[in-house]
Design a protein around this ligand. Structure first.
Ligand SMILES: [Zn+2]
Length: 505
């Protein structure tokens, strides 16, 4: 089968188009990243997962030489920014009584752990807004010089009527935008739709010196500056959630096109659909706000923790442009699927993977990222007993086979547990590995055991059980044994009166 051409739906033209990079030697993609003031929610998880799948697909097609005549040397650059200067950040830091730096560092740390758990690869670059102030100022200066922006009262505003094609992405006229938008009225604004590029900072607010006094950037200018710095004046793909089309992406286009004298900022604009929770709009006031962190680490939803790959599969079962209704039931279904697939993997583990996904999976993804179809293919490879390697390859290609389910991950977890518990039972882990390899349905459970129990815990429980046995309290002794069994720890009462334990097969 020949390598398929990539087709993507372009919000700019409202059409599915063949993807052709500006430069066959490089594919350049920018996706709007998080504002780091609070935990990312599942609405934020969707673009992270969707554009990670696209990144994986672009890298695969680049290796196939789809764009450089078979050489396979096209470089794929994926930029996802971190917004670390924003009024929401200032407000939250003041509320919590910590510094802005502490808040953004801590929030970013949790964000990075969340996206890793969701099976996302690291983007090529994750630029921070605060490290691109010079580029923002340079763009604003160009906009003023070319008559597209004006300074007033320490503010600099983009002059929307100066750009006749403004509204091209969202397909709204200026009148419609004014009628539909919540327009901030301010004495320094010439036009209702003019938006802030730069604003003055009070002494207690973060600020940088600029030709317009000490101040800070507006949100939209950050993305124009960071995409310019890392991808150039024009690039190939710009992605984000559908809620960003207007005004954020419209304003990015206005800034970049007018500053650089280009017709387009990016040739292909991709947007993932809305997300609801159990049939309702997600909002803090409705009390149905779901963060990635809580899903991964608490039992708040459906009474259990959810591994990242379950969230990922639940998300990818719906095509990225469709709206998605996020439910606990959908997580349960995704979890059941993953368990079935892992069972059918048998003892084929990713050391056996060749790295090539099933061509049908690639074909489905190349058709505007049809993950729904790709997952159907995975389902059918899982049913065919002859294609275990295909199944493992396909799961890995979609980011659905986490490291802990690989041989390497298993070895690491076993070594960690041996070290942590300092017990001799796991020192012969190499021998044990052979047993596990013959029964890989347990692989991956090790990390849960690791999280659930500490050596102290274990010893305390074993002593409590010994005490119960000594006083012939068999019910209590059985209860403790069962509790440990539920965590995957099997106790063994030895002839010499000692109790040892091992991780259950
Ligand atoms: Zn952006």
């Amino acid at each position: 089968m020949s390598t398929p051409a990539l087709k993507i739906y372009n919000t700019l033209t409202r059409k599915k188009e063949d993807f052709r990079p500006i430069d066959p030697a490089k594919v350049r993609m920018y996706v709007c990243g998080p504002t780091v003031y609070d935990y990312a929610h599942i609405g934020n998880a969707r673009p992270l997962i969707v554009f990670d799948v696209l990144f994986r697909l672009l890298r695969h097609l680049a290796k196939q030489g789809v764009w450089d005549g078979g050489k396979g040397e096209t470089k794929v650059t994926y930029v996802r920014n971190i917004t670390d200067v924003d009024d929401k950040i200032n407000a939250r830091a003041a509320e919590s009584g910590i510094s802005i730096r502490e808040l953004t560092e801590e929030t970013n740390k949790v964000f990075q752990a969340d996206v890793k758990a969701l099976g996302c690869l690291e983007p090529t670059v994750q630029p921070r807004a605060t490290e691109h102030i010079a580029q923002m100022i340079a763009i604003i200066e160009r906009l003023i010089a070319s008559g597209h922006a004006y300074a007033a009262d320490g503010h600099v505003l983009f002059d929307v009527p100066s750009m006749p094609s403004y509204g091209r992405l969202s397909r709204r006229s200026l009148d419609e935008m004014i009628a539909g938008a919540r327009v901030d009225v301010a004495p320094y604004k010439r036009g209702d739709m003019d938006f802030v590029l730069w604003k003055p900072s009070k002494d207690n607010e973060p600020g940088w010196d600029s030709p317009w006094g000490r101040g800070r950037p507006g949100w939209h200018i950050e993305c124009s500056a960071m995409s310019w710095a890392h991808l150039g004046e024009t690039f190939d793909i710009h992605g984000g959630g559908i809620d960003l089309v207007f005004p954020h992406h419209e304003n990015e286009i206005a800034q970049s096109c007018c500053a650089f004298g280009q017709d387009v900022m990016a040739n292909y604009w991709m947007h993932n659909g809305f997300l609801q929770v159990e049939g309702e709009k997600m909002s803090k006031s409705l009390g149905n706000f779901v963060t990635i962190h809580e899903l991964l680490h608490t039992e708040k939803f459906g009474g259990r923790k959810w591994p990242g790959e379950v969230l990922r599969l639940a998300m990818l079962r719906t095509h990225y442009r469709q709206p998605i209704d996020w439910t606990v039931k959908a997580l349960e279904e995704a979890d059941a699927n993953l368990q079935t697939w892992r069972r059918s993997l048998g003892n084929v583990l990713p050391d056996d993977i060749t790295g090539a996904a099933d061509e049908r999976v690639v074909l489905a993804l190349a058709d505007d990222l049809n993950t729904h179809e790709a997952i159907q293919v995975i389902g059918s490879t899982a049913e065919a007993s002859s294609s275990k390697v295909d199944l493992a390859n396909n799961l890995a290609f979609l980011g659905l086979l986490p490291h802990r389910y690989t041989r390497q991950g298993y070895r690491e977890a076993t070594e960690r547990i041996s070290r942590k518990f300092n017990v001799s039972h796991l020192e012969d882990w190499a021998a044990k590995w052979n047993k596990f390899a013959a029964s890989p349905k347990n692989i991956g459970d090790l990390s849960e055991i690791e999280d659930a129990i500490t050596a102290e815990d274990l010893n305390v429980r074993i002593e409590a059980r010994n005490a119960a046995r000594a006083s012939k309290n068999w019910a209590e002794s059985d209860r403790i044994r069962d509790e440990l069994a539920a965590m995957g720890i099997a106790l063994k009462d030895n002839a010499d009166g000692t109790t040892t334990w091992e991780v259950k097969r």
